[in-house]
Write a protein that binds this ligand. Structure first.
Ligand code: ADP
Length: 463
């Protein structure tokens, strides 16, 4: 009905109807005394609250005509003065009503998209917006008059009642609850509760609800990624340590074995007297060879976390890291700009290992620019056609001196007080296991630029 009255022609019909009712009322009560245009003013205001301006003007004109027909005035001057006065007052009142109506329509449409509920003193729902009803899994009509606690497990309406009795606010003004929907689904939500002024009775409290489903899912994804990255970091850094140990210890172990062998030859010349010492040296040699084997096996063991190169999209692998970049920005203030094109970004990669490599390069770049006023780290990715997909991680830090550019890739080379010096050697191993090479140079931003290129998956893209 109201919806029809809001249409163009519906407004005119409403105007005519209101004037008709106003005139009838006026005819009924004119025996009591002169009420002049008063009932017509009500007719104009009712029209203005619902319909558009042309309909309101029609109501004003019809009112004047009806008034003249119903009650002939004493003289034309009297009629014109009354009509002019009425038109002036009606125009002002109509404008006030129009503004009120459009303000309320604006508020309604804003509220429709926000999950908000109002409760009475007993915690029952008096109003609910469509977004709130949607969150609670009901229609607005189904939710009306029901206690809010039926939807929100543990939401304490007795505390709410106590608040209304005048007790201090004992329920948290903001908190997380679980919404129990009629279809059985449990939905995490936040509730921000605030008391309303007593003048809007019977509504006593307004709750604005927040859907936490997306946040919870995003947090879970991020936790999952962090777990995978830290597991892969543990394995990678152990592998790198084992490789370094194997490399570093190999020479002294071999030398010790050779010396023992030479000692054994000398002792053998001493005849039976040297037999026992010779056996001891033999045992020592066996232990040295065993030590070498242990280190080799350890290296093999940690490096057999076999890389599985599959078709991956660079843009998607880096997109996964965005929450981590956001955290870094919050912690350090360093902006991490991502400019990775998704055209031709299908590559052969091990998803987690690739993300580990990017994470290592970004963290190094952030360390290099941290403390600068406008620290910037940029990740760029673009297809080089058949040659592959190039990824560059660069920064506007101090860069790396020419003579240090080779050294920094060696394990346990660090300039940081708490650095382990493994990040770049792990990253280089990861890139090499992708049949690529990690290179470093100077960035146009002023700092260091680390880059590599991954093999494209052209057949799939063509498909
Ligand atoms: P760590 O980060 O533990 O020091 P890395 O192997 O990751 O170990 O880095 C080795 C060294 O390379 C760092 O200590 C730093 O001196 C240098 N380095 C790495 N990345 C950058 C960069 N973006 N800018 C300047 N220096 C860098």
């Amino acid at each position: 009905m109201v919806r029809f009255a809001r249409t163009y022609w519906g407004g005119f019909l409403l105007a005519a109807g209101c004037v008709l009712v106003g005139s009838a009322f006026r005819l009924t009560i004119q025996t009591v005394g002169h009420v002049h245009y008063l009932p017509m003013l009500a007719a104009v205001m009712a029209t203005a609250l619902v319909a558009q301006r042309p309909a309101t003007f029609t109501a004003i004109v019809l009112s004047v005509i009806a008034d003249m027909l119903i009650l002939p005035r004493q003289g034309i001057a009297n009629a014109v003065v009354h009509a002019a006065l009425f038109v002036a007052v009606a125009l002002v009142m109509a404008e006030v009503c129009h503004r009120l109506a459009s303000r309320s329509a604006l508020l309604d449409s804003i509220l429709a998209s926000v999950p908000v509920v109002t409760l009475n003193g007993e915690g029952r729902i008096l109003r609910i917006t469509p977004a709130a009803a949607d969150l609670l899994g009901v229609t607005p009509e189904e939710a009306l008059s029901r206690p809010f606690s039926t939807f929100a497990t543990d939401f304490d309406t007795t505390a709410l009642a106590a608040v209304i009795e005048g007790a201090p606010l004992s329920l948290p003004a903001t908190g997380s609850w679980l919404a129990r929907r009629p279809d059985g689904e449990i939905v995490p939500m936040t509730i921000h509760a605030s008391l309303l002024s007593p003048s809007v009775d019977p509504e006593r409290m307004v709750l604005s609800l927040g859907d936490q489903r997306q946040t919870t899912a995003a947090n879970e994804r991020m936790r999952d990624l962090m777990n995978q990255l830290s597991k892969s970091w543990r394995l990678n850094s152990m592998g790198e340590m084992a490789a370094t140990l194997a490399h570093e210890l190999n020479q002294p172990l071999t030398a010790a074995t050779v010396y023992l062998h030479a000692g054994q030859t000398d002792i053998a010349r001493a005849g039976p007297l040297g037999d026992s010492a010779g056996r001891a040296l033999d045992l020592a040699k066996t232990q040295l060879i065993r030590a070498g084997d242990i280190i080799r096996r350890m290296r093999e063991f940690v490096s057999t976390g076999a890389r599985e190169l599959t078709d991956q999209r660079v843009s998607s692998m880096i997109e996964d890291l965005r929450p981590l970049f956001d955290l870094i920005r919050m912690d350090t203030g360093v902006v991490i700009r991502v400019d990775v094109r998704d055209v031709g970004d299908h590559v052969l990669a091990d998803r987690i290992q690739f993300q580990q490599a990017i994470n290592n390069l970004v963290r190094n770049a952030v360390d290099a620019v941290a403390g600068r006023e406008l620290g910037l780290v940029r990740i760029t990715g673009r297809s080089l056609g058949n040659q592959g997909y190039e990824i560059i991680v660069e920064d506007d830090g101090p860069g790396i001196p020419e003579d240090q550019m080779d050294r920094i890739f060696q394990p346990m080379t660090t300039t940081k007080a708490s650095g382990m010096g493994l990040g770049l050697s792990v990253t280089r191993s990861i890139i090499e296991s992708h049949d690529s090479v990690l290179t470093v140079g100077r960035s146009p931003l002023g700092g260091a630029a680390f880059s590599f290129c991954l093999s494209p998956v052209l057949e799939l893209e063509a498909a």
